[in-house]
Design a protein around this ligand. Structure first.
Ligand SMILES: [Fe+2]
Length: 162
């Protein structure tokens, strides 16, 4: 007995959705770790704001990671859990030696942009599979991330701390 048998989704059409969710899972896992790095290591101008904001974001990303992994399970897949595989798969790089807040915000916007683009692609794939739940989940992510991008672009107009 499989969950997918009861969801009235076509297994063949759902497979690319699972693949896309695995990609997103890898991206979010690396994004999470990068946000922890920013939270710990960014200093100087904007420290109080950014330190708190990065924590809020990695807590939110941890929730999304679990939602994505569980969606993979509902669709009949097995979520990848090996960090070595995430690193091979993700399009995001690991961050290191970022100390200036504005550099961190630039890096954050690049990562968010890559995740947003990935989600837009995956929404189209999920629509083609009649997978309204994945579409809805990712659309919800986009709504809050578009606002975050606006907030961080506004923040990045501040003078650099260098
Ligand atoms: Fe902390």
């Amino acid at each position: 007995m499989k969950t997918l048998d009861f969801l009235h989704l076509d297994k063949k059409n759902t497979q690319p959705v699972v693949e896309g969710l695995q990609q997103l899972l890898a991206d979010y896992q690396v994004f999470y770790t990068n946000l922890r790095d920013y939270h710990w290591n960014v200093t100087g101008h904007g420290f109080f704001t950014l330190h708190e904001q990065f924590e809020k974001m990695y807590v939110d990303v941890a929730t999304k990671i679990d939602e994505i992994a569980e969606r993979i399970l509902m669709l009949g897949g097995t979520p990848e859990s090996r960090y070595s595989q995430y690193l091979q798969r993700t399009r995001l790089g690991e961050v290191s030696d970022v100390r200036c807040g504005t550099d961190a915000v630039d890096g954050l916007l690049d990562m968010l942009g890559a995740i947003i683009a990935e989600q837009r692609r995956l929404i189209k794939t999920a629509e083609a599979a009649d997978d309204a739940v994945t579409v809805d989940m990712l659309t919800g992510y986009l709504a809050s991330q578009e606002k975050l991008v606006w907030i961080f672009v506004a923040f990045s107009t501040m003078a650099c701390c260098k």
